[in-house]
Design a protein around this ligand. Sequence first.
Ligand SMILES: [Fe+2]
Ligand SMILES: [Fe+2]
Length: 134
Amino acid sequence: MPVIDWDKRLSIGIAAVDEQHKILIGQMNDIALAAELLARPSDLAVLLRKLRTDLRQHFDYEEKLMDPLAYPHYKLHRNEHIRSVELLGEYYDKLMAEQNFSLSSFLAYVVNFFHNHVVCSDQTLGDFVREQSQ
Ligand SMILES: [Fe+2]
Ligand SMILES: [Fe+2]
């Protein structure tokens, strides 16, 4: 069962960013499905590492978008990215160290962060980029 679905409210109006968000959502759902199908911890670890890497790349992409525009919320937005990568790393290490590899709290954190961040911070960025290009 998907842990998050794409819907129009998640669109920030920048096609490349929307596409990256859709891919990240797909990866979160793939992790949930793999957990449901009782994939081996080593296979889940591969999916988790890939999600972490792709999230980092996605954050880099957004930060490069903000940079030349002197985006007024740059620092705040970037801090959210940094903090989430740190927390993801902590969760990942914890999961790897646990005997019973349970993903539910990890996924709940990622999905919750992702959804809130996209509808608030990324949406504000999308509005700003569109205003600048008018
Ligand atoms: Fe962001
Ligand atoms: Fe984003």
